[in-house]
Design a protein around this ligand. Structure first.
Ligand code: HCA
Ligand code: CU
Length: 403
C-alpha cells in the first residue's frame, strides 16, 4: 500500500500515524470455540476441519478449539492437529486438570486454560475465594508445564477484576513459564482508553520478554475491535477474532474487520490472503444458516454498494472517491444501485450500458422514472472487471453536469 501523497488515503494515514509501527499484531481465530458459543451455531466435525484449513490458508497465527465440549469436538481437535497446519492449534479448556488431560489426549501442543478471577465470577460461578483460585490456577499451570506444553492463561473477566489480584495472578503464571496471558473484556464494558490502561498495567508488571499478551474483547456495545486495537497499542500482540464476529451474545471482533484494520490502517506486518474474506464469511453463513447482515463491513453485500447520484458520479470516474480498499482485494464486489437517488449521471450511465441514446433528454426522463420507483424496486448492477475497465476507458458520463 503506497504512502505517496497521490494516494487518496494519504492524509488519513498521516493522521492515523504508525502507533504500532511496522510490528506485527497476530490473529488468533476462535470461530471453532467462541464462535460455537453463539446461539444456534454448531458445526459438524467435517465443517470444523474445513474451517480450520480455510483459516490456515488465510494466514491466521493461531486457531482455537475446545476439545472438552463433547466427544465430537475432541475428535475434530485430534484430526485438525494431525493435519500439520501452519497455524498453532490451541486447545481451550477450563483450568481443571481433567480438562487439560483431554487436550493432551487429542495431541495438543498448545493449551489455553481460563479461570474467572473477578469477585463476581469467583462468588457466582466458581464459589471459591481469591486465595483458593490462585492455588487452583497455579496447580493447573504447573501441571501443563510439567507436560512440556506451550500455554496461555486467560484471566477471565479481567476488566472487572481487582487490579492488585489481577497483577499478582499475571506475575505468578508468567514466572511459571506461561507463554501468553489473555486479557479479556468478557462482558464488553471497556472503552478503548480503558483497555489501553488495563493492558499497559499488566504489561508493565510482567516480564514481557517471557510472556506475551492476547486481547479478547466482547462486542456488547459495539466497541470490541476498537478496544482490542487499543490493547495492542498498549503492548498486546494478538487479537482474538471469529469469522463474522460470532460468539457468546453479540460476539467478538470479526476476522474480516480485524484483518483489514491491521493491514490497511495499522500497517501491521501480516501475511494474510485478504481475498478469501468474503468466501470465509459465505462458508460460515452456509454452515450456520445465519445470514450475513448486508451492512456488515468488508463482507456484507452493501459494503461496496453505491447509491446516491453524487456518489455514483464520482465512483464511475474513480471508485477511490468512496472506497478505501478495492472490493476484489477482500473477495467482495462493487455494486451500483440505480434507484430514486441515481440522478442524471446515474441514468445516463445506465442508458449507455443498455446501448441506448444517452442525450440530456433521455437521461432526465429516466432519472425521473427512477425517482418514482417504489422502495424495493431497485435495480442493482455488479461492476465486474470488464465494466470497470469500460468505465475508466470510455468515460461513460455523456451528460455534463450543469455548471
Ligand atoms: C468464555 C470465556 C472467554 C475466554 C477468553 C479467552 C471470555 O466465553 O467462557 O480465553 O481469552 O470472554 O472471557 O471467552
Ligand atoms: Cu469470550
Amino acid at each position: 500500500m503506497s504512502l505517496r501523497s497521490s494516494d487518496p488515503n494519504y492524509y488519513a494515514h498521516q493522521y492515523n500515524g504508525t502507533s504500532t509501527g511496522q510490528r506485527k499484531i497476530r490473529i488468533l481465530d476462535s470461530t471453532l470455540r467462541e464462535g460455537e458459543q453463539h446461539p444456534g451455531v454448531s458445526f459438524t466435525i467435517k465443517q470444523r476441519i474445513q474451517i480450520a484449513w480455510m483459516l490456515d490458508s488465510f494466514g491466521v497465527d493461531q486457531i482455537e478449539i475446545s476439545p472438552v465440549v463433547s466427544p465430537d469436538h475432541a475428535e475434530a481437535t485430534k484430526t485438525i492437529i494431525k493435519q500439520g497446519l501452519r497455524a498453532d492449534i490451541v486447545a481451550h479448556t477450563r483450568a481443571i486438570k481433567s480438562d487439560v488431560d483431554i487436550a493432551i489426549d487429542c495431541g495438543a501442543t498448545w493449551v489455553a486454560t481460563y479461570m474467572g478471577i473477578s469477585d463476581i465470577h469467583l462468588s457466582a460461578k466458581l464459589r471459591i475465594t481469591r486465595e483458593e483460585a490462585k492455588i487452583r490456577a497455579l496447580e493447573v499451570v504447573d501441571y501443563i508445564k510439567s507436560h512440556g506444553l506451550k500455554s496461555r492463561f486467560t484471566m477471565e473477566d479481567a476488566s472487572r477484576t481487582e487490579p492488585d489480584f489481577l497483577i499478582e495472578m499475571c506475575k505468578e503464571v508468567s514466572n511459571r513459564g506461561i507463554e501468553r496471558i489473555s486479557i479479556p473484556d468478557t462482558v464488553g464494558i471497556m472503552r478503548p482508553q480503558g483497555m489501553f490502561t488495563l493492558v499497559k498495567m499488566v504489561r508493565d508488571s510482567i516480564d514481557s520478554s517471557k510472556t506475551s499478551l492476547d486481547v479478547h474483547c466482547h462486542n456488547d456495545v459495539g466497541l470490541a475491535l476498537a478496544n482490542a486495537l487499543a490493547g495492542c497499542d498498549a503492548g498486546a500482540d494478538q487479537i482474538h477474532t471469529t469469522i463474522d464476529g460470532f460468539g457468546e451474545r453479540t460476539g467478538i471482533p470479526s476476522l474480516a474487520e480485524t484483518a483489514v484494520a491491521l493491514m490497511l490502517i495499522y500497517r501491521s506486518n501480516n501475511d494474510l490472503r485478504l481475498h478469501m474474506l468474503k468466501d470465509l464469511s459465505r462458508t460460515i453463513s452456509e454452515y450456520t444458516g445465519l445470514l450475513t447482515p448486508e451492512s456488515k463491513p468488508i463482507v456484507g453485500d452493501s459494503a461496496y454498494k453505491h447509491k446516491a447520484g453524487t456518489h455514483l458520479a464520482a465512483i464511475l470516474r474513480n471508485p477511490a472517491a468512496y472506497e478505501i480498499i478495492e472490493p476484489k482485494t477482500v473477495g467482495n464486489r462493487r455494486k451500483i444501485v440505480f434507484g430514486e437517488l441515481a440522478g442524471k449521471n446515474g441514468a445516463a450511465y445506465l442508458l449507455s450500458l443498455l446501448g441506448l441514446e444517452t442525450g440530456q433528454h433521455e437521461a432526465e426522463t429516466l432519472a425521473k422514472g427512477l425517482k418514482e420507483l417504489r422502495l424495493g424496486d431497485i435495480l442493482e448492477l455488479y461492476l465486474d472487471e470488464r465494466l470497470e475497465r469500460k468505465i475508466l476507458n470510455d468515460a461513460p458520463m455523456k451528460v455534463k453536469p450543469k455548471e
